[in-house]
Design a protein around this ligand. Structure first.
Ligand code: NAD
Length: 431
C-alpha cells in the first residue's frame, strides 16, 4: 500500500452534489479550472465542441459520478464515471469495497500494440506474394517508423509485420498484412492508419497487387488489459444469504454466461456498464472499446463471457477479466476535453497503461455487482429504488418531491410513470 489518501469515502453518497465535488477536488488536489470541469458547469464549451465534430448545435450532457473504494495494484483510486444508467456507480463502489478484503484489484496490461490492416488484392500467387512481403519486413518496418517521429521519441513505433491468407471470401482468396504498431500512451488510430497508408505503395510494389483497405483493427487482441480479485466468502453475506451461498450462486451464474451467448451478451453488457463509463469520462472512444470487447468475446468462434468466476483454494470468490483495452491519455478528445483531463487527475493517472488497469478493474467490479444481485434477490430491487427517482422526475417531480414520489413507488412496488403522476397529483393537488 502507498500512503495515498484512502478511496473509502463513508457517507459520500449522502452528501450534496456541491459537497461531493469539494471532497473529490480536495482529495485529488484539483485546481479551480479542473474543479469547474468536473462540476456542474461542465468542462466543454460550445466553442470547443464546435472544433471537435461537424454541424455542432450544442452540447449533450451526462451525469458524472465518482466511484469510491477502489484499490488497484495497491493504489487507492477514486474513479470518475460518466453514465446515464442508475445503479452503476453505486454497484461499482459497493463491490470495490468488498474486494478490499482481498487486497482490491490486481491488474496489468500487455504492451500497447495495435494492429493496422492492409487488404491486398489482385496478386498472381498469394503464397509467394506473402513470402516476398515477409522477406522485406525490415524495410517495411523502417518505412512505417518514418511516419510519426513523436511516437518514436516516446518509445513507440512499428514492431512487426504479419501476412495472413484469407483463403475463402466472396471475391476469392486474398492477403491481409497486419502492421503491429506500438502506440504508447495514445489510442493510436491515427498513427496506425497513417502508417498503413504510407506502407501501401511499397507493399503493392513488392507483391504486384493492389492494396485496398488500410485501417486499424478494433479487435485489439495485442493490447489486452487483465484484472483479478478474490473476495472472502464472509464479505458476500447479507440479509439471510450466507457468504457461501452468494459465492456459489455467482459461480453458477457465471457458468450460464460461459455456456450461452444469449446470457453472455447481457453478462458482458454489465461489464461494459463500468468500462464504458470510465472510457467516456476520460474522453476515449467507447465504440472502439465496445467493438474490441465483443469481437474478443467471440474469438473462439462462439460468443462467451469476458470474465471468469470460481472458488479458489481458500474458499474465496475469485474473478478475472481479460479484454482489449485501446485507451489513451494523449490524442483524440482525451487531451481536448477539460472534463477528461480532470478525470485523469482525479484518478492520478499519467499513463495509458494505468488508465487501462483501472478500467478493467471497474469492469470486473461491475460484473460482480450484477451477478451478486442476479444470483440473490434479483436485479430489480436495488435498481428500482434508483430507477424510481428517474420515473418521478419524468412524471414532473422536482426538489423534495422526487424522493417522496420515488419512496412511494418503491414501497408500492409499482415503479411506473402513470402511478408516479397519480402520486404527484395527490402530493401537489393544486399543480
Ligand atoms: P492523435 O493522433 O490525436 O494523437 C496521437 C499522437 O500523439 C501520436 O501519434 C503521437 O504523434 C503523439 N504523442 C505525443 N505523446 C505521445 C505519447 N506519450 N504516446 C503516444 N503518442 C504520443 O490520436 P490517436 O490516439 O492516434 O487517435 C485516436 C482517435 O482516433 C480517436 O478520436 C478515435 O475516435 C479516432 N479513430 C478511431 C478509429 C477506429 O477505432 N477504428 C479510426 C479512426 C479514428
Amino acid at each position: 500500500m502507498t500512503n495515498e489518501p484512502t478511496s473509502r469515502l463513508p457517507g459520500f453518497y449522502k452528501q450534496s452534489l456541491a459537497e461531493r465535488l469539494d471532497t473529490v477536488a480536495a482529495r485529488a488536489g484539483l485546481n479551480s479550472e479542473q474543479r469547474a470541469a468536473l462540476g456542474r458547469v461542465g468542462g466543454l464549451s460550445a466553442d470547443q465542441a464546435d472544433h471537435m465534430i461537424e454541424n455542432v448545435v450544442g452540447l449533450h450532457a451526462l451525469p458524472l459520478g465518482v466511484a469510491a473504494n477502489f484499490v488497484v495494484n495497491g493504489r487507492e483510486v477514486l474513479v470518475p464515471m460518466a453514465i446515464e444508467e442508475p445503479s452503476v456507480v453505486a454497484g461499482a463502489s459497493f463491490m470495490a469495497r468488498l474486494a478490499r478484503a482481498g487486497g482490491g484489484f490486481f491488474a496489468h496490461v500487455t504492451e500497447p500494440h495495435m494492429i493496422g490492416q492492409m487488404q491486398i488484392l489482385d496478386v498472381d500467387d498469394v503464397h509467394s506474394a506473402r513470402l516476398r512481403l515477409l522477406e522485406q519486413k525490415a524495410q517495411l518496418l523502417d518505412l512505417a517508423n518514418q511516419v510519426d517521429p513523436v511516437l518514436i521519441k516516446f518509445g513507440g513505433g512499428a514492431r512487426d509485420l504479419e501476412v495472413r491468407l484469407i483463403a475463402e471470401s466472396p471475391i476469392g482468396p486474398f492477403l491481409v498484412a497486419h502492421l503491429i504498431y506500438d502506440t504508447r500512451d495514445a489510442m493510436g488510430a491515427n498513427a496506425v492508419n497513417t502508417a498503413c497508408e504510407t506502407l501501401a505503395p511499397a507493399i503493392e510494389q513488392i507483391c504486384g497487387g493492389r492494396v485496398h483497405l488500410r485501417i486499424l483493427s478494433n479487435l485489439a487482441d495485442r493490447r489486452l488489459a487483465r484484472a483479478r480479485c478474490a473476495i472472502p466468502a464472509a464479505e458476500l453475506a447479507f440479509d439471510d444469504y450466507t457468504g457461501e451461498r452468494v459465492r456459489d450462486g455467482i459461480v453458477e451464474a457465471y457458468a450460464f454466461a460461459a455456456a450461452d451467448p444469449y446470457r453472455a451478451a447481457t453478462h458482458n453488457k454489465g461489464i461494459m456498464n463500468g468500462v464504458d463509463a470510465v472510457v467516456i469520462a476520460t474522453g476515449n472512444d467507447w465504440r472502439a472499446i465496445e467493438a474490441g470487447a465483443h469481437a474478443y468475446a467471440a474469438r473462439s468462434g462462439r460468443y462467451t463471457s469476458l470474465s471468469t468466476w470460481a472458488v479458489d483454494g481458500e474458499g474465496r470468490l475469485a474473478g478475472t477479466l481479460e479484454m482489449p483495452m485501446a485507451v489513451g491519455i494523449i490524442g483524440g478528445a482525451t487531451k481536448v476535453h477539460p472534463t477528461a483531463q480532470a478525470a485523469l487527475k482525479v484518478m492520478g493517472v499519467t499513463t495509458a497503461r494505468a488508465l487501462a488497469e483501472i478500467i478493467v478493474s471497474v469492469g470486473l467490479a461491475q460484473n460482480l455487482a450484477a451477478l451478486r444481485a442476479l444470483a440473490t434477490e434479483g436485479i430489480q430491487r436495488g435498481h428500482m429504488t434508483l430507477h424510481a427517482r428517474q420515473v418521478a422526475i419524468a412524471a414532473g417531480a422536482s426538489g423534495a418531491l422526487i424522493e417522496q414520489v420515488a419512496g412511494r413507488l418503491v414501497a408500492e412496488k409499482t415503479v411506473r410513470i402513470d402511478r408516479a403522476e397519480a402520486i404527484l397529483a395527490e402530493l401537489r393537488p393544486d399543480a
